[in-house]
Design a protein around this ligand. Structure first.
Ligand code: ZN
Length: 326
């Protein structure tokens, strides 16, 4: 039983409309689902991914305008990355970011891959990473040409005050193995260790940085709420629930998120982890052609649709934006 890699990353925005514009128009991802937070139903939960929202391609956002800005620190996901097909493509993205006024640094070489760090308009720490990511399909209507397009999630970097307990959970409970270690090229005082699961590759890595002196992070706008890992089916998902519980970690029951099943636990360094099933996927309640165009609600919230819709600000996906290029 092996986790296959990263399933999705969920972060916080305070501006759903700006968030939608940045991730779909600037980054060229597809809004594959527009729904609400199942526990806070007057707030949007937006999912961006590839053409169909394959597991491993989604960055999702809770729209929480009142939580305050994210405070970075220990127990934090300090970078989320997206895979692009090659190092050469990173140069195209530098030009795009300059045209769009996106803050970015130079192209770096890290852990054997080209990396372009940047931030979204709310300071979300993001990176493009050159590499291979099989099993994903770019959105044909994306404003970003297919040969430059984001292929899905790459490594997440987590920062903890004391790495040993986190590393023990990653390796002894979750089955990750250390595959490398690097110094940050833009700041040699920072180091991270690389852990990989399943077949490995950029979509299956967690990078662990230890920063003893940092106070704890506080999740808010521009930060990450949790990172989820992939398991193929419900049988293995139930086994993971038992395995995490046997390790002495507090884990939730299996929760039906309708597009996948989920369970949650906090790793000892403070980062909230989720393990999710690959299926059933985002085309369960909408056909692939029209993903994300209407507000989707899980069946248990459907009876309250009128009330929920009235509590939300209208939010429209941009209609097939004109391609930019080359
Ligand atoms: Zn999640």
């Amino acid at each position: 039983m092996q986790l296959e890699g990263i399933h999705h990353v969920t972060a916080v925005t305070g501006n759903a409309a700006g968030n939608l514009d940045f991730y779909t128009r600037v980054l060229g991802m597809r809004l594959v689902k527009k729904t609400v937070n199942q526990d806070v139903t007057d707030t949007y939960h937006l999912f961006y991914g590839d053409e169909v929202g394959h597991a491993g391609t989604e960055m999702t956002f809770f729209d929480w305008p009142n939580v305050g800005p994210h405070v970075a620190g220990a127990g934090d996901v300090t970078a989320v990355s997206f895979v692009v097909p090659s190092r050469e493509v990173l140069g195209w993205w530098v030009e795009r970011f300059d045209q769009e006024g996106v803050q970015h640094s130079g192209i770096l070489e890290r852990n054997g891959r080209g990396v372009l760090p940047f931030v979204d308009p709310e300071g979300q720490r993001l990176e493009l990473v050159a590499g291979e990511k099989p099993g994903t399909t770019p959105w044909p209507k994306s404003p970003v040409p297919a040969d430059k397009a984001i292929r899905g999630l790459g490594p997440v970097t987590i920062t903890v005050a004391t790495p040993e307990p986190t590393v023990r959970v990653l390796t002894e409970v979750m089955g990750f193995q250390q595959t490398g270690e690097y110094t940050f090229p833009d700041n040699p005082s920072r180091r991270a260790r690389v852990y990989a699961t399943g077949e490995g590759g950029p979509g299956a890595e967690v990078h662990v940085e230890d920063r003893v002196q940092l106070p704890d992070a506080r999740v808010g706008i521009g930060g990450v709420h949790h990172v989820a890992f992939r398991t193929p089916d419900d049988e293995q998902h139930k086994e993971w629930q038992k395995r995490v519980m046997r390790a002495g970690l507090r884990v939730t029951p299996v929760i039906d998120r309708y597009y996948f099943r989920a369970l949650y636990f906090r790793e000892p360094g403070g980062v909230l982890f989720e393990i999710s099933t690959d299926g059933p996927g985002f085309a369960t309640d909408e056909d692939v052609e029209h993903l994300g165009e209407h507000l989707s609600l899980p069946p248990f919230l459907e009876p309250k649709r009128a009330e929920i819709e009235a509590s939300l600000k209208p939010l429209y996906a941009p209609a097939a934006p004109a391609p930019v290029g080359p």
